[in-house]
Design a protein around this ligand. Sequence first.
Ligand code: HEC
Ligand code: HEC
Length: 308
Amino acid sequence: MSTSSDPEASISPTELSATAIRPIPAPENLDERVVELGRRLFHEARLSRDGTISCASCHDLAQGGDDGRRVSIGVGGAKGERNAPTVLNSSLNFRQFWDGRAVTLEEQAGGPLIHPDEMGSTWSDVIATLQSDTSYVAEFRELWPDGVTQANVRLAIATFERSLLTPGGRFDRFLGGEKDALTPVEKEGYELFLEVGCITCHQGVNVGGNLHQRFGQASNFFVDRGGATVSDLGRYNVTNESTDAFKFKVPTLRNVARTAPYFHDGSVPTLEQAVRIMAKYQLGDDLEESEIEKIAAFLRTLDGPNQD
Ligand code: HEC
Ligand code: HEC
């Protein structure tokens, strides 16, 4: 398809629609003491079976909130089945995990602690480890009368994650009226993103994170990639509904320049390749090289500064 001549002309109507991308808000109403406890727990390797892995091992906040690996590596070198998504802005997603199996961050936080390929622990070991550390016992007690409990551990980690928003990036400044925050090429990329239909799935404040959609709407990605696995069945593994096979949560594209490799299987190393695959398998569109480059340039403007 051809590139539109006046990128700004058609932006406003789409900005007003329900799917419109909106700027990320600043974190609000978080108890700083709970955030700080959650931060400490997030970086606490002693919570894993062998004391080597923390949440931050796979969600490095300085590196886009993920681990840069194709699939994650947990305790004892255990290889997971999926690529680690970013934890930045994860509170803006309607569900957690690629298949949306956790609804809240509190629910999600328990998963990796006891997953054999991640931290490989048990709740009783996690609680015992924290109980044996007088500074943790004091911090929990100060916040909650019941002290160190599973619910309070989940709440602290989830509250910390709610602080991990990245407002103020270039695209959000552009949305806020700073028209020079994007270069002409980036604006054309945004325009293409709207025109070719990426916005029908990657939408709202997190540019994704509010729908489940099949990977391979227009043609079969898994036949072409080969070797489909149980993990590739996505949401089907959660609901057992045949219509959910190969469906995944549409991921956020916020900070996507920092979260390579891409897709739930981590099979794609570059943003340009990911854009080409999306256009082909989701939209049945063979984009020109220059169009792919423009969309990728736009996606790189979705980067925002970490709050801490
Ligand atoms: C061994 C690596 C590893 C560790 C350790 C780990 N994670 Fe993850 N995390 C992953 C992977 C892989 C996924 C995606 C799994 C899936 O969707 O099936 C994930 C998913 C998530 C998500 C969902 C994000 C989204 O957009 O769906 C959040 C939030 C998260 N992890 C937080 C945490 C927290 C909190 C901890 C510590 C308690 C933790 N992780 C420990 C690898 C890890
Ligand atoms: C029909 C819905 C749909 C459309 C349209 C769509 N996507 Fe996606 N997108 C998805 C889903 C679902 C995934 C997750 C696929 C997976 O890994 O299983 C995804 C993943 C991605 C990723 C990888 C993100 C990551 O963190 O791994 C990028 C980049 C991306 N899409 C960009 C685009 C672009 C650019 C367009 C337009 C050319 C587009 N998408 C159109 C649904 C869609």
